[in-house]
Design a protein around this ligand. Sequence first.
Ligand code: UFG
Length: 331
Amino acid sequence: MPRYLVTGGAGFVGSHAVLALLDRGHEVVVLDNLSQGHRAAVPAAATLVEADLADAKRVAEVFASWRFDAVLHFAALSLVGASMREPLHYLAENVGHSLRLAEVAIKAGCLRFVLSSTAALFGEPDRVPIDEDCRIAPSNPYGDSKRMVEEGLAWAERIHGLRYAALRYFNAAGSDPAGRAGEDHDPETHLVPLAIDAALGRRPALTVFGDDYATPDGTCIRDYVHVSDLAEAHLAALRRLETHGSCRYNIGSGTGASVKEVIGAVERVGGRQVPHSIGPRRAGDPAVLVAASDRLRAETGWTPKLGALDDIVRTAWAWREAHPKGYGDRG
Ligand code: UFG
């Protein structure tokens, strides 16, 4: 039975990937320091190793204890705004931890690696939809940290024969359709959960960050991709790596939705108003980010099954309504 190491498997996207792997009958070891992830997000069928990637000795022990077919590396700092305040911290953690992890994996003979990368690689994109050949020009340290990791992995490919998949996520949202996992960040900064919580009366009114962009309704357009579809993309990439070399894929649904359209979807699905007001723009927000995922579709056969905005909002709503305190493990 294939066995996978999933770093950050207690986090939002990681926990959904763990479910997808377990659903296929694969064996999963999760390595997570639980700084952002949740113990309760790790299914009993997976093994949880509570450890920090900074602890190189512990990471090496994990590779000595199990033989892995591949590493899926989700664990990272991932907030654009925070990275603008603490650039060196972001670069040191994300780049240092990722490349050391790859080094230990290679030494242990594990030569397949799937990296959680980001649309933030593209900064203000030179064209939309954004394909893999668009200019890489991150406009914040978070995006740049992922660019550096991708480049490090490319060196490992040339010199050590590592096969890696760099998966550039657009806006992950939604939750497991069977209700086994959901989105629980602290602090929460993402639009879909904030809009749902505002509708449920659990948070103050949502602030829309600007309505004077050059878009049809003036609000920013993003590509919301269902987290379970995103999880499936990891399995597709793993299959691809069995027979092919390294790959880099942009992953989105291929359709853009404005902030106002997301609010409309939440109101439609939830049957409640989303109290909101218009505020100033948020620094660093590009007007439109939409993925061209044609390469992933063509090369792996991946296709989003929950691509409609209402599917994303419906599953996210169901989980948040059922879990008023999220995973309930924070003070
Ligand atoms: N937004 C609001 N009000 C809020 C929160 C968000 O109007 O309270 C807007 C944002 O301005 C943006 C859209 O909703 O236009 C989506 O914002 P999110 O914060 O949910 O997501 P981002 O697009 O900012 O960020 C996501 C990932 C990042 C990744 C980035 C790539 O969370 O990790 O996409 O562009 F880097």
